[in-house]
Design a protein around this ligand. Structure first.
Ligand SMILES: *[C@@H]1O[C@H](CO)[C@@H](O)[C@H](O)[C@H]1NC(C)=O
Ligand SMILES: *[C@@H]1O[C@H](CO)[C@@H](O)[C@H](O)[C@H]1NC(C)=O
Ligand SMILES: *[C@@H]1O[C@H](CO)[C@@H](O)[C@H](O)[C@H]1NC(C)=O
Ligand SMILES: *[C@@H]1O[C@H](CO)[C@@H](O)[C@H](O)[C@H]1NC(C)=O
Ligand SMILES: *[C@@H]1O[C@H](CO)[C@@H](O)[C@H](O)[C@H]1NC(C)=O
Length: 404
């Protein structure tokens, strides 16, 4: 049965690929707003328009990706930050704009600045404002040859070193979703302890074995991302025809109503302002590497937090010097390092059962350096876009920063 579905979907995919006749094709049908956004940079587009000072910065990773960072060095009053820097990192399919899309009182990027912090907003490789490289172009397949291993191993250190060097201060870190996974990976290797004061990790992604979304699980079980990769689609564009058709096909196969695609994947978000959704869609979603999605599907199938599995033992040996990809051991994260964890009862990606395993592994019950905030009614997107995340989560998180 499963193999029949796989071959049916593969045939469907091949048809789409032939019909398109190229590696990437941007359709504007459903997300036409995505292409109409001006290219002025995040400061001009969305920060200065709200009356804040904003600086554009770039940093080049060791593997040549040129990434943008925005700094909000002062609150709306114009008063310079009196508190340490906070580096904030978005999740999968998002970029730094995600922290700025609601009103200043509701958006973490502005809220931190108004609370006296020196705010630094990261944009990971492949997103709209971080899409250049010292020698590659996004049209090259090689540009998309990465997964979150590289986000943890190259992008994050580049951002952290840049902010540390530029400000001369230890910083706090906030990540959402994939932005938490790369922090867990780095912290498990003992990185950043000399440069980070603390980390606040919202909708934490670590173990993914128990995720309840039928759709996400089926995509992982059917190796859909692998199919795309072998068809030569190394750049994954979520608003592209091939992605939309793929998801529609899967919904039909599973008999689920895909009119409600976001809650099917992220869980039922309680507190998103429905009159702002068109505005969100004018800035998100962002592209990612198909290889990154393969890496996530490996996590869903195995439940492990490990490096990308090349499957072929020779390739694993070539990359890692061993047949099996090395794991990231979150139990190694120092109990001396302060961590805030925020997770929601309705989240289908950072689902409660998987998060419980993580909480146990990072000794979350030890109240000395751990703060856990659980919101029964929040799902994945509520942590970045809900109209009451300030009261729900950010206020507690800011108190945690102030205490460290
Ligand atoms: C704020 O900081 C900027 C640069 O860091 C400096 O030029 C300016 O004088 C400061 N403003 C105040 C009011 O301290
Ligand atoms: C830190 O800053 C100094 C002076 O601005 C610069 O010379 C140095 O290369 C920087 N180091 C890193 C790791 O960015
Ligand atoms: C929802 O968004 C609209 C339009 O931007 C805004 O006028 C309204 O105040 C928002 N509602 C809440 C609860 O934040
Ligand atoms: C709790 O963490 C502190 C350091 O942060 C450590 O000294 C202590 O042993 C831990 N307690 C337990 C029960 O693990
Ligand atoms: C957020 O708003 C929802 C819907 O109005 C409400 O049920 C929930 O209690 C609110 N949460 C917080 C923390 O204010």
């Amino acid at each position: 049965m499963a193999s029949t579905i796989v071959s049916l979907i593969s045939i469907l995919l091949i048809c789409i690929a032939i019909a398109q006749g190229k590696n990437t094709l941007y359709t504007t049908k459903e997300f036409s707003v995505s292409s109409s956004v001006n290219n002025d940079g995040i400061c001009k587009t969305i920060v200065e328009t709200q009356g804040y000072i904003c600086e554009e910065h770039t940093v080049t990773t060791e593997d040549g990706y040129i990434l943008s960072l925005q700094r909000i060095p002062a609150g709306r009053s114009g008063k310079n930050a009196t508190k340490p820097p906070v580096l904030i990192h978005h999740g999968l399919f998002c970029d730094g704009i995600i922290w700025l899309l609601n009103s200043p009182e509701q958006s973490l990027g502005f809220l931190l600045a108004d609370n006296g912090f020196d705010v630094w907003i990261a944009n990971g490789r492949g997103t709209k404002y971080s899409s250049t490289h010292t020698s590659l172009s996004p049209n090259d397949m090689a540009y998309w040859d990465w997964s979150w291993d590289e986000l943890a191993g190259y992008d994050l250190p580049a951002f952290v070193h840049y902010v540390y060097n530029h400000t001369g201060q230890k910083m706090h870190y906030t990540g959402h979703s994939q932005g938490t996974l790369i922090a867990f990976a780095a912290l498990s290797q003992g990185k950043f302890l000399d440069m980070w004061r603390s980390a606040a990790l919202l909708s934490p992604i670590a173990h993914m074995k128990l995720i309840p979304s039928k759709l996400t699980r089926a995509a992982a079980d059917l190796f859909l991302a692998n199919d795309l990769y072998w068809l030569g689609l190394h750049e994954f564009v979520p608003y592209q025809d091939v992605a939309i058709k793929l998801i529609e096909g899967l919904c039909n196969t599973l008999g689920v109503d895909c009119g409600q695609i976001l809650p099917l994947i992220t869980g039922p978000n309680c507190c998103i302002n429905s009159s702002r959704i068109d505005f969100y869609l004018s800035h998100e979603p962002q592209k990612t590497a198909t290889k990154n999605l393969i890496h996530f599907s490996q996590m869903i199938r195995t439940g492990k937090i490990a490096k990308y599995d090349y499957v072929n033992p020779l390739l694993n040996v070539l990359h890692y010097g061993q047949v099996v990809p090395p794991t990231y051991d979150v139990t190694k994260i120092s109990s001396e390092f302060p961590i805030f964890l925020g997770y929601g009862g309705q989240d289908f990606l950072s689902d409660v059962e998987d998060v419980k395993i993580l909480l146990n592994e990072v000794n979350a019950q030890n109240s000395t350096n751990r703060v856990v905030s659980f919101k029964e009614d929040y799902a994945h997107i509520d942590y970045i876009a809900s109209f009451n995340a300030t009261q729900g989560v950010y206020d507690t998180m800011i108190s945690f920063f102030n205490a460290h």
